[in-house]
Design a binder for this molecule. Structure first.
Ligand SMILES: [Zn+2]
Ligand SMILES: [Zn+2]
Length: 348
């Protein structure tokens, strides 16, 4: 028996459980510890039965609850070395200045950003010639908003909720005070090198995305292969090869090109999403399914759908049309991963 349960998927948070009958792995921890535990309980996954967490990359929508969750459950975290280093850098400024100071700094930053946005709006609505180049607009918009928690207040609430979730032995608490990126255990893996977690084999592969060392995975256990590829600007050859013969395929279908072009994001952010290290469009996912996919999966889960630049029906339609080339009675069931609620566990 192999089981995959998507707890959340999208730019506000990503996480899934991959389980064999003996091993349970959490892939990414992109919500607060409390919310991840709540969602696991909703779908009947016991958080305390998890054996490890594995991280695709350090963007906030993939690691927001990581430190608190790993410490609470006392389980190892698997990263590439470069991703771990980037994550540690990300964690350090916040807590070396103390939680209260960090709160104040975040509030001040939010005010400054709102002021800058108001100014940009003034300039944008004044004469065309006075308009500064795109760089100005790039700085006042949180470019990470595409991948990270968009609302700073929500991030603060998540952090506060996590504080309550953190219920640790005194010894661990002092380690955390000294080192905010303290984890019970860190294990390194490398893209292209197979590793074992319990009785699940994991094959990490490099994906093109604007992070330190981003990876997709194929999880293999009990004769089944579960492929996992989100947060990639396009599908390069190594990813096409890695995703062969999957029994379940979780694939990014982030945006509809027209919705993104006509949508609310500033041009600089649109450029980033569209770039070779951004996110996979419905059309690009469909192209992969038409040209490169071998047609053998029982289910295809479309994931990391943008809430501003996509609609579930559009993602589904593009994939369905692409799969028209792979007629099959039982396989190729298309499922949509959701941001707001966990999916039904997929058991094979
Ligand atoms: Zn990302
Ligand atoms: Zn992401």
């Amino acid at each position: 028996m192999m089981r995959m349960t998507v707890l959340a998927s999208g730019s506000k948070g990503n996480s899934a459980v991959i389980a064999s009958s003996r091993t349970r792995i959490l892939v990414d921890a992109g919500f607060s510890c409390r919310e991840l535990m709540r969602r696991m309980k909703l779908v009947g996954e016991d958080p305390y039965a998890l054996n490890a967490v594995i991280i695709t990359h350090e963007h906030a929508d993939h690691v927001a609850g990581l430190s608190v969750l790993a410490r609470k459950l006392n389980i190892p975290v698997y990263f590439t070395e470069a991703t771990h280093r980037a994550w540690v850098r990300q964690m350090t400024p916040r807590t070396t200045m103390g939680y209260k100071q960090w709160l104040e700094k975040t509030r001040a930053e939010k005010e400054a950003r709102l002021e800058a946005q108001a100014l940009a709006h003034q300039i944008a609505t004044s004469s065309q010639e006075d308009r500064p180049d795109d760089h100005f607009f790039a700085t006042d918009i949180d470019v990470d908003a595409i991948d990270a928690t968009t609302d700073p207040e929500a991030a603060l609430q998540a952090a506060a909720a996590d504080d309550l979730c953190e219920d640790l032995p005194a010894e661990t608490k002092s380690s955390v005070r000294d080192n905010p990126s303290y984890l019970p255990a860190v294990e390194y893996f490398e893209a292209g090198k197979r590793l074992c977690i319990g009785d699940i084999d994991v094959m990490p592969f490099t994906i093109p995305h604007d992070a330190a060392d981003p990876c997709g995975f194929v999880f293999e256990g009990e004769g089944l292969r579960f492929g996992f590829a989100t947060d990639l600007g396009y599908v390069p050859q190594n990813v096409k090869l890695a995703l062969k013969k999957c029994d379940v395929l979780l694939l990014e279908s982030n945006h509809d090109l027209e919705m993104l072009r006509d949508g609310p994001y500033p041009w600089s952010v649109k450029q980033r999403v569209l770039s070779r290290v951004g996110h996979l469009s419905n059309a690009a996912a469909a192209e992969f399914l038409t040209r490169d996919y071998d047609g053998g999966a029982h289910a295809i889960i479309l994931a990391h759908l943008s809430e501003s630049n996509n609609m579930p029906e559009l993602a589904r339609l593009a994939a369905e049309q692409a799969l028209g080339n792979h007629p099959s009675l039982l396989g190729n069931r298309i499922l949509l991963a959701d941001q707001a609620a966990p999916m039904e566990p997929l058991v094979m």
